[in-house]
Design a protein around this ligand. Structure first.
Ligand SMILES: *[C@@H]1O[C@H](CO)[C@@H](O)[C@H](O)[C@H]1NC(C)=O
Ligand SMILES: *[C@@H]1O[C@H](CO)[C@@H](O)[C@H](O)[C@H]1NC(C)=O
Length: 466
């Protein structure tokens, strides 16, 4: 029955949250779901075809076979030559024209699905965003990490929306651009979620299956992340260290467990899991050639000390030239080198872009609220999740924390109580994180989550309706 209750809370929504919809509204939602499904199916069919062609082009056996066929054809007198020429041209066409075309269209379809999802759920007059903290300026030309608390299944779409930008193109503009070249939009970053033992761009059936069948301990290996980055180029890696969406039941379980195992008591978040975060950070550290083990850092520190000693000796004999300095730094390893974005080159003889690690990690706090009319009787029944509800007596409105489902967002334009999405973004310099060893990184994550718990609590106290 776990499957049924999962679908009930995340897709359909709780009974109390369902409102009456007229026939027109229902029909409209049906159409929206249909167009979403259409984009989804189109993407997956195209992606399968692209994968087949990619496999063929990269397969060593097929390359050898093609060479052999070419040689055999050339050996045939008279007609062999022209046929060999056509065959050769065909191979070149598939490799240099068809495959890039397929990949480009696949990316277009992926974006189409994502914009369609954003448009049908988040971009409407009844969803209001309250964004605070650092601006989330993620560019498509570097690889960055986003970590966020998990409040609803809609967090996936929300993070996509944030990366996409509030003023990014909507569906109509995007279609115009993709098919008729109207308008010119900067390419938004590709987004991939790290979780449930896989890396997911557009959710596939396998992804839903792993949510339902795998437990929350499923881990993504850092070598898998590296492989995907090398294949797909720079991407934005988003993860929910809590793995599960926080619900009142899970919170109760957690409070009990935390008491028994002396872990910190958290109210607004679940205790973060380390493994996927570790894999992601390890992968980026490896791409930047940073060794995260303690021994490496001791060595580096020692080298740095020796370096400054040598420098002192040299400067006492007169100032060293810039060239000398550079040589010393080159020899000893410059401590500041990691502050810049160091690139990892892809395999030679591919036309893929180098992986550039963005200098920041983005730490996002998310809360969803719904404004409802304040009513004394109802208030008495509100428990736990809604205990912190802020009331504004003057307006007789009440902000209530919710775990919105997909359906709730789909029908939001037809309801009369808006959903408020409160997002706080925190920018963290990444070079320090990449240098930490496992133990330090884990305690950093714990500290960050404790801080996030506090941030969410303060958000609750500071949101007011006017
Ligand atoms: C996940 O791992 C933790 C500790 O490593 C363990 O206590 C827990 O039972 C595991 N959960 C499942 C569902 O296997
Ligand atoms: C963190 O990731 C590295 C690299 O994948 C791995 O060697 C290490 O065992 C991981 N640590 C933990 C605690 O999972």
């Amino acid at each position: 029955m776990a499957v049924r209750s999962t679908i009930k809370t995340h897709v359909v929504g709780a009974q109390s949250e369902r409102e009456k919809l007229d026939v027109f509204g229902l029909f409209w939602i049906f159409l929206e779901i249909l167009s979403l499904a259409q984009c989804w199916v189109l993407y997956h069919i195209w992606s399968m075809k692209t994968a087949v062609i990619e496999r063929c082009v990269e397969s060593k056996v097929l390359i050898q076979t093609a060479k052999f066929v070419l040689r055999v054809l050339k050996a045939i007198p008279l007609i062999g030559g022209p046929i060999a020429h056509i065959f050769d041209r065909l191979c070149i066409f598939i490799r240099l024209k068809l495959m890039p075309f397929m990949i480009r269209k696949k990316q277009t379809l992926e974006k189409l699905f994502r914009i369609c999802l954003i448009d049908t759920t988040l971009r409407n007059r009844n969803v209001k965003f309250i964004l605070t903290g650092d601006p989330l300026d993620i560019t498509g030309t570097s690889t960055s990490i986003i970590i966020a608390n998990h409040r609803s299944i809609m967090d996936y779409a929300l993070i996509d929306f944030l990366v996409h930008g509030e003023h990014g193109p909507d569906l109509k503009q995007y279609l115009g651009h993709a098919f008729f070249n109207h308008g010119n939009y900067p390419t938004a970053s590709k987004l991939r979620f790290v979780g449930w033992g896989r890396l997911t761009g557009v959710p596939s059936i396998k992804f839903f299956a792993s949510i339902l069948l795998r437990d929350e301990n499923a881990t993504v290996r850092s070598s898998d992340i590296e492989r995907v980055l090398m294949r797909e180029g720079n991407e934005c890696l988003a993860l929910f260290p809590e793995v599960n969406v926080i619900t009142s039941e899970l919170r109760l379980v957690q409070r009990k467990l935390a008491k028994e195992s002396y872990l910190p008591q958290l109210d607004n978040v679940l205790y973060p899991r380390f493994k996927n975060f570790n894999s992601t950070v390890s992968c980026l550290a490896r791409l930047q050639h940073i060794d995260r083990s303690r021994k490496a850092r001791y060595f580096k520190k020692a080298a740095h000390k020796t370096g400054s000693m040598i420098l002192k000796v040299r400067s006492s004999r007169g100032h060293p030239s810039a060239k000398q300095m550079a040589q010393i730094n080159l020899f000893l390893g410059d401590e500041n080198l990691a502050d810049a974005t160091v690139t990892a080159k892809p395999k030679p003889n591919t036309n893929k872009v180098p992986i550039i690690v963005s200098p920041f990690l983005w730490d996002i706090a998310i809360v969803y609220y719904r404004a409802t009319y304040f009513c004394q009787n109802e208030h008495a029944h509100i428990r736990d999740m809604q205990v912190h509800a802020v009331t504004d007596k003057k307006n007789h409105y009440q902000l209530q924390q919710i775990t919105p489902s997909l359906f709730q967002f789909l029908k939001c334009p037809w309801g009369d109580s808006p959903i408020f999405v409160r997002v706080h973004v925190n920018k963290v310099a990444i070079p320090d994180l990449l240098k930490m060893n496992d133990r330090k990184l884990e305690s950093w994550l714990e500290k960050t989550w404790l801080a996030k718990d506090e941030v969410l609590k303060n958000m609750q106290d500071s949101v007011r309706l006017y």
